[in-house]
Ligand binder design. Structure first.
Ligand code: GLN
Ligand code: ZN
Length: 757
């Protein structure tokens, strides 16, 4: 069987592209130097894929920043505010990606959004009424030619027309359907060029086909491709889908004259069923996504063969592929020098997934597949009992009952008790948790990790920082204080390290956006709390003040969503295990005198399924209970806060209320406070602190500005439910802007308080 992949990571095995780009941004290297690094990465990846025996190697999966942004440039859909700067093509591109501030002007970047249900982010193309969509760039052709010069006829990959038009933001009165003719013509021109260059296959990525589609969406999709494919010549075109199944448009997809269709058999829960019930067109090649492009576990060949056996009943023309681009997994296990073999053998990063495809292909082609060495080794690996099993934890999860998810007494009664206990002023002020992680803090942690600084010295350093932070907050006059989170590198890793069952990698970087990469930890075994995680710091901080000190934890859903999850147990099971561990910590904090505990669920919305019909069953039905389980055991007078980044939760507002926290803080300043109407319309019960200023910018908000925001909030939210706080944690900020910003915040709250009492 032939093999292919949808795309390969482009950051380089040691994040070479990231470092080169950052140097280019601060003018330490030239554009030619940057291009040289880029070319080295492409050449390396090409050689690697060639060596692995991959039949069809992608090109144009490389990007300096983002593939959707590349497509916008290819299609001339670039706002004039960037092109009119008069910069080079590369710098115009970076201006759109990152904004530009310099002698030629001052423009903000395009908006950035989460890429479907991943932690990757794409740049949102902007289309105005006078946008002239046409083929305007050469990157896919240049990269195809570059690979050809290296002896490989690749499969160029480009964001498909439908997905592109769906992802774009329309600034004028026109909508996607007004751009059908232009867009189709541009894509036809792309195919013409590839015909001329002698390409055999072209892949159009159409992940938007796996989201909920309306009748109009289906019309848009068909109208585009009837035109694009009409005179396509000899080049063969793949409609590549991923991140789910195409249940809304399978028939239309099969009816169009595509030469290949790419389906995801990992995340697409209905993909197999669709093929079984509707059959697969005899004139097309099925690109079967059977190797998971999103997770780091070895493929289970036995299950894969079962899928292939089913597929073979409906088509004889199958190319083995990944479920999505390998962009979402780290590059290579070769750099993981510290993982013991017992763990490492269960992992497959991008490079190892290439080997898996080759092995599956050879097994599937063997006369007796089950007797091949590769198959036997793989089944042996998967039947080994997983170390890290913890029966006590499993039993606890199994024994959870309804009442473990219900906090009593109910909200209104708790609110009354807590108002009496804390006697906070109207519009209490607080922060989200972290204070600036200065160079000093980062260096101390680094020195501690490398052994240069001993534990006792590191601890006294942290105590000093905490004491300063508490003093600062008292001086500023905040009402509910925090310890500052100086002991944490980030909000998942810190907890992961205190939990049994977590594994940390060394170089498993994955692109999150542009030059930003993340290194998600791995849920390896059953999770339990190895030791108290935050109690010492919170208790110490509380001892320094008479004001309430918030305990500060990360919630189970966020911890899970920012990790590579297990595949041998359900997400629900893992989430509940983590919830029980965090619950222990919550109870421990309470027992040690901490009266307010914040459990952050920054990433709650992140893994919400792409289709609305899957929201409950596949996600909210366990995610919300997992959070409730964390705090259901506390006393009525203990106040539970939660925090969410992004205010894009209008459509799950009831579920958020149903988390049954006492107070929620969230980002609101950038969304123009539109969320306030949603809160009012839904009679939101939880007390709320919509962020009054944007912490992602170094700007210092004035007292008047903050007052205006608070007053606007007051017009929608009952005074006794309103808190005043920044958007998010302050860790990425400096003290220079943090201190005046918080001072203005406290003074604004005081003035509004006086005006309202
Ligand atoms: N408590 C965390 C902090 O302040 C929350 C971070 C976040 O929401 N991303 O840093
Ligand atoms: Zn946040």
């Amino acid at each position: 069987m032939n093999t292919t992949i949808i795309g390969y990571p482009r950051i380089g095995i040691l994040r070479e592209l990231k470092f080169a780009s950052e140097k280019y941004f601060c003018s330490e290297i030239t554009a030619a130097d940057l291009e040289k690094t880029a070319k080295e990465i492409r050449t390396y990846n090409l050689a690697l894929q060639q060596k692995s025996g991959l039949s069809l190697i992608p090109s144009n999966d490389f990007s300096f920043y983002d593939g959707v942004l590349d497509t916008a440039f290819l299609l001339n859909a670039v706002p004039a505010r960037y092109t009119s700067l008069g910069l080079s093509v590369l710098d115009t591109y970076f201006a759109a990606a990152r904004g530009y501030q310099g002698e030629k002007g001052d423009v903000k970047a395009l908006a950035m959004k989460k890429w479907y249900n991943t932690n990757y982010h794409y740049m949102v193309p902007e289309i105005d009424d006078d946008t002239d969509i046409r083929l305007a760039g050469t990157k896919p052709f240049d990269l195809f030619t570059e690979a050809l010069e290296n002896g490989v006829k690749t499969k160029p990959v480009i964001t498909g027309a439908y997905t592109f038009l769906k992802l774009a933001r329309y600034k004028g009165t026109k909508t996607a359907s007004d751009f059908i003719a232009q867009t189709a013509a541009a894509y036809s021109a792309i195919l013409d060029r590839f015909n001329a260059l002698g390409a055999e296959w072209v892949q159009f990525d159409e992940p938007s086909l796996v989201t909920d589609m309306t009748a109009d969406d289906i019309k848009l999709f068909t109208a585009l491709y009837e035109k694009i494919l009409a005179g396509k010549g000899s080049v063969k075109v793949i409609a590549q889908t991923y991140f789910g199944d195409v249940r809304d448009c399978y028939k239309e997809l099969c009816a169009l004259p595509f030469d290949g269709i790419g389906l995801d058999f990992i995340e697409g829960k209905k993909s197999l069923e669709l093929v079984k019930t509707n059959d697969f067109p005899a004139d097309k090649v099925l690109f079967a996504g059977i190797v998971n492009g999103k997770n780091i576990w070895r493929n289970n060949y036995a299950s894969t063969l079962l899928i292939l056996d089913e597929l073979k009943k409906h088509t004889s023309d199958i190319v083995l592929s990944t479920s999505c681009s390998l962009l979402h997994v780290p590059c290579t296990l070769a750099n993981e020098t510290k993982l013991p073999e017992s763990i490492r053998k269960h992992f497959a990063y991008a490079e190892e997934k290439l080997t898996e495809l080759a092995e599956i292909s050879s097994i599937a082609g063997a006369e007796h597949p089950l007797e091949t060495t590769e198959y036997r080794l793989n089944t042996a690996l998967h039947s080994e009992p997983r170390s890290g099993r913890n029966d006590a934890v499993r039993e606890k999860v199994a024994k959870l009952t309804e009442k473990d998810f219900i906090r009593l007494p109910e909200f209104a009664e708790r609110e009354r008790i807590q108002k009496e206990r804390f006697a906070l002023p109207l519009f209490p002020t607080t922060t989200i948790g972290s204070f600036p992680q200065t160079q000093e803090v980062k260096s101390a942690r680094k020195a501690f990790r490398s052994g240069e600084l001993n534990e006792a010295d590191y601890e006294s350093f942290l105590r000093e920082k905490i004491a300063d932070c508490v003093k600062l907050q008292e001086e500023i006059g905040l009402d509910v204080l925090v310890h500052g989170e100086f002991e944490r590198n980030d909000m998942v890793e810190y907890f992961g390290e205190c939990l049994d069952g977590y594994i940390f990698t060394e170089k498993a970087w994955v692109q999150s956006y542009g030059t930003r990469c993340v290194k998600p930890p791995v849920v390896w075994g059953d999770i339990s709390r190895a030791k108290p995680m935050t109690v010492k710091w919170s208790v110490y901080a509380q001892s320094l003040t008479d004001k309430p000190m918030k305990g500060m934890l990360t919630g189970p859903v966020t911890i899970l969503n920012w990790s590579f999850p297990r595949e041998d147990i359900t997400l629900r099971e893992s989430a509940l295990q983590i919830a029980l561990a965090i619950r222990e910590e919550v109870l421990d904090l309470e027992a040690n005198g901490i009266s307010i505990i914040q459990v952050d669920e920054a990433a709650l919305r992140e893994k919400l399924p792409l289709r609305r019909s899957d929201w409950r069953e596949d996600y909210l039905d366990w995610a919300i209970p997992a959070f409730r389980c964390v705090h259901s055991g506390v006393r009525p007078e203990t106040q539970i806060h939660t925090h969410m980044c992004y205010s894009e939760f209008a459509d799950i507002i009831r579920d958020i209320d149903d988390m049954d926290a006492d107070v929620i803080t969230f980002e609101a300043s950038r969304s123009d406070l539109t969320i306030l109407d949603v809160l009012r319309e839904n009679n939101f019960r939880t007390e709320v602190g919509p962020g009054v200023y944007d912490i992602h910018s170094p700007r210092v908000p004035s007292k008047e500005e903050i007052k205006a925001a608070v007053n606007k909030m007051l017009s929608r939210i009952p005074a006794e439910k309103l808190w005043v706080n920044p958007d998010c944690g302050l860790k990425t900020r400096g003290n220079a802007e943090t201190i005046p910003s918080l001072t203005n915040l406290v003074n604004a709250a005081r003035e509004v308080r006086n005006e309202n009492s």
